[in-house]
Design a protein around this ligand. Structure first.
Ligand SMILES: NC(=O)c1ccc[n+]([C@@H]2O[C@H](COP(=O)([O-])OP(=O)(O)OC[C@H]3O[C@@H](n4cnc5c(N)ncnc54)[C@H](OP(=O)(O)O)[C@@H]3O)[C@@H](O)[C@H]2O)c1
Length: 242
């Protein structure tokens, strides 16, 4: 990585973890610019040294913002913090009987398809010969080998798909961007709108603040290297098996 990193993109900057990661980068890297993406610009916190961009699935929207960032020198870190577990119309499925095409589509769009399109348009902006990091927030429950509880079909499957996309992109990037690292990160159980309805059985000391989780993920991004590309790590640096 051109260190300290100069240009960082955060997708889902309106969310708890995306906003906390933006703040962590601005606090740590005094001369960095953070490009903040969200589908609702008014939900992005107003910090200095940020530029705000609309986030959507359309190729031309992503091409335009990628072109604007390329003209400013490209990216050192890409951080994807978008994701959905529930929405006003969907809940994680407790049983297979609750599966619905519409809810599955919504979850896969947010958790797998959007991050894949972000990879398509922004991975080429990482440095070709220096370290550059793409990190997407996955989830421990996306691990197939670690699934002993079942349930949450769409969320688990969409995060497992994200982990596969990360692996594919890591292999492809190795060919053209020799020091690039493409990883998934599990943020821990973090106090946010996404986890709020499911916090009841979580001991208080296990619930991380977004800022604590963001700093721990930034530490991983700083220290990771090419041999770790394609893998998924928890906030405490342990590797999560696929
Ligand atoms: N919190 C946890 O305990 C936990 C645990 C494991 C993994 N994660 C993962 O961490 C990531 C961030 O979650 P969070 O806890 O920060 O939740 P959050 O506060 O609800 O943030 C979610 C973010 O994703 C954006 N988003 C959702 N669907 C989108 C879509 N279709 N298109 C564009 N943007 C979309 C939201 O945008 P709006 O502001 O417009 O809604 C928001 O910026 C997610 O991938 C989640 O799966 C969280």
């Amino acid at each position: 990585m051109a260190f300290p990193p100069k240009r960082i993109a955060v997708f889902g900057a309106s969310g708890a973890l995306g906003a906390a990661f933006t703040k962590a980068c601005l606090d740590r890297y005094e001369s960095a610019t953070v490009f903040c993406f969200a589908r609702s610009l008014e939900r992005i916190p107003a910090y200095k040294r940020t530029q705000h961009y609309s986030l959507g699935l359309e190729d031309n929207l992503m091409q335009t913002s990628a072109g604007a960032i390329k003209a400013q020198g490209g990216l050192d870190i890409i951080f994807v913090a978008t994701g959905q577990l529930h929405s006003p119309t969907t809940q994680p499925e407790k049983t297979i009987r609750f599966l619905s095409a519409t809810a599955m589509e919504e979850t896969f769009l947010a958790n797998s398809i959007l991050p894949a399109l972000i990879m398509k348009h922004y991975l080429p902006l990482l440095p070709r010969h220096n370290k550059g990091v793409f990190a997407a927030i996955s989830a421990r429950v996306g691990s197939i080998s670690d699934n002993f509880l079942g349930g949450w079909y769409s969320y688990r499957a969409s995060k497992a798909a994200l982990n596969m996309l990360i692996r594919c992109a890591a292999i492809e990037m190795q060919r053209t961007h020799e020091k690039s690292v493409v990883i998934g990160l599990h943020p821990g159980t973090v106090d946010s709108a996404l986890s709020k309805p499911f916090q009841r059985n979580i001991p208080e000391q296990q619930l991380l603040t977004p800022s604590k989780s963001a700093v721990m993920m930034l530490d991983i991004i700083e220290s990771c290297n090419q041999s770790q590309s394609g893998k998924c790590f928890a906030y405490d640096r342990t590797e999560i098996s696929p």
